[in-house]
Design a protein around this ligand. Structure first.
Ligand SMILES: *Cc1c(COP(=O)(O)O)cnc(C)c1O
Length: 470
């Protein structure tokens, strides 16, 4: 398998070559040069496979330059009952006839990002050890990606994590998840100001190519190909759990922000998985719902982003979306480059009058959005009808899914976090706190380790210099 850029300006590369890189040099995203097709017969053979074996079958088709034995080891050591609660890794719960929840949040930080990030941690360590390299991951988090990345890189000898977070603006639970980690390779930096200030510092560093090269700065943000790829596995797992015959089709609803999770569903569908609809759910930040309804992709100013009770979906633009558009326009990098040039100059593109917009139907995409009140109502409904307490993001999904449930087509809603992560909204809806997994009991009371910093690019640079050494 070779990888190309969505904007056409990168000589094709191997999986390992794109693994540690962020954006392609031409500003595009790396993407596989074709989607591997899974035949009916192969899909039959996969029925009954354990998660790790299914993961190997799928990932080995993308990571073709990693020796089979090594890849198996990495996968087997990632997806364990110890880390994810059971060897099922992503169990499916039936709510009623035709409605299911795909549990994705049983990992160490109680959100679906762990599924990809834990794999990434082990994969990075493998490649870096093999090449005798060091990597210093620099990132900014508003609360969810940070813990997931830190738990994935914990104690890895070739990786350091410098994670910037907004000082005193996260929930006590989120703060505790990161700041209570006492590991030599994890550096928590609390930036005075908003998440955007922290993000600006990361951008500032990434514009300094010499600094980046000298201090081996890398990222694990949501455009990382390996993260997306690892998420393809659970679409297959869910399909095989819900059906007993490949002639059956199922639909998925995905709470979406940066379009990473649902893009993995698109990949599964392109690989031949019998998916009927891929329903994209947004909160009040409905950039993507607007696109699927109108054909207009209009990014928001950072100041126009609503701060909501499903904060992990509060986005101004969707960083993985370009990969889907690449497919939609027939994989023509000239058209993709032109569209993103329009985004840069005018803040939007409009394909409503083109044949591409008509083609969207063939990819199965549908969309809808949800509000704070919808989340509260949905959390109440699901509790009273099924006795299940869900988190706010999963509630966005279930609310939007309702409009697209059809007879004879099972609808699988992706659970993207546990309610324990978003306690205050659950209390607002139900009047009591959600259960908390024993692993997280009393974490707010643990000692905290972090450095407070002014929002300055120079400050973070000298902090990195001091801790990495030249
Ligand atoms: C990151 C995140 C999302 C959004 O996923 P994307 O891949 O960015 O679309 C949804 N819910 C939760 C809880 C998340 O952490």
């Amino acid at each position: 398998m070779r990888y190309v850029s969505t904007r056409g300006g990168m000589a094709d590369r191997s999986f390992s070559e794109i693994l540690l890189a962020g954006l392609a040099d031409d500003g595009g995203l790396s993407i596989c040069d074709h989607y591997p097709f899974i035949s009916d017969h192969e899909l039959d053979c996969w029925r009954g496979l354990k998660y790790v074996d299914l993961a190997y079958e799928i990932i080995s088709r993308f990571a073709t330059d990693i020796p089979a034995e090594d890849l198996r080891k990495i996968i087997n050591s990632t997806y364990t009952a110890d880390k994810f609660g059971s060897t099922e890794i992503t169990p499916v719960t039936k709510l009623k006839h035709n409605l299911y929840i795909l549990e994705l949040s049983n990992g160490p930080t109680l959100a679906f990002k762990d599924i990809a990030m834990q794999f990434l941690g082990n994969l990075f360590e493998y490649i870096l050890t093999k090449n005798n390299q060091q990597l210093n991951i620099l990132g900014a988090t508003s609360g969810d990606t940070g813990p997931s990345a830190e738990y994935a890189m914990l104690g890895k000898s070739h990786v350091r994590v410098f994670m910037l977070s907004p000082y005193q603006r996260m929930s006590p639970f989120q703060e505790a998840q990161m700041y209570s980690l006492d590991e030599d390779n994890i550096y928590n930096v609390a930036v005075e100001g908003s998440f955007d200030r922290a993000q600006d510092m990361v951008k500032g560093v990434s514009h300094d190519a010499a600094f980046k090269a000298r201090y081996k700065i890398g990222t694990v943000n949501s455009i990382n190909w390996a993260r997306v790829m690892a998420q393809v596995v659970y679409y297959f797992k869910a399909y095989l759990a819900v059906t007993d015959d490949n002639r059956q089709k199922i639909s998925f609803t995905v709470p979406s922000g940066n379009f990473g999770n649902i893009y993995a569903g698109h990949i599964a569908r392109q690989m031949g998985l019998p998916i009927d609809k891929l329903v994209l759910a947004t909160n009040e930040n409905n950039v993507l719902d607007e696109f699927f309804r109108t054909g207009i992709y209009r990014v928001r100013d950072e100041d126009d982003v609503h701060i909501t009770s499903s904060p992990s979906m509060d986005i101004s633009k969707a960083s993985n979306f370009e990969r889907f558009i690449f497919d939609l326009v027939g994989r023509d990098p000239k058209i993709v480059s032109e569209l993103w040039k329009q985004v840069e100059t005018s803040g939007y593109f409009d394909i409503s009058k083109t044949k591409f917009y008509q083609d969207i139907a063939a990819y199965g995409f549908k969309s809808g959005s949800s509000t704070h009140n919808d989340r509260i109502q949905t959390i109440r409904e699901i509790k009273s009808e099924y006795g299940l307490v869900i988190d706010t993001h999963t509630a966005d999904g279930l609310k939007v899914a309702k409009a697209f449930i059809e007879d004879g087509v099972p609808m699988v809603c992706l659970e993207t976090a546990l309610p324990a992560k978003f306690e205050s909204t659950v209390v607002e809806a139900l009047g009591h706190k959600p259960d908390r997994p024993a692993s997280h009991d009393g974490i707010e009371d643990m000692p905290k380790k972090y450095e407070v910093m002014a929002p300055s690019v120079d400050a973070i640079k000298s902090y990195i210099e001091k801790h990495v050494g030249a």
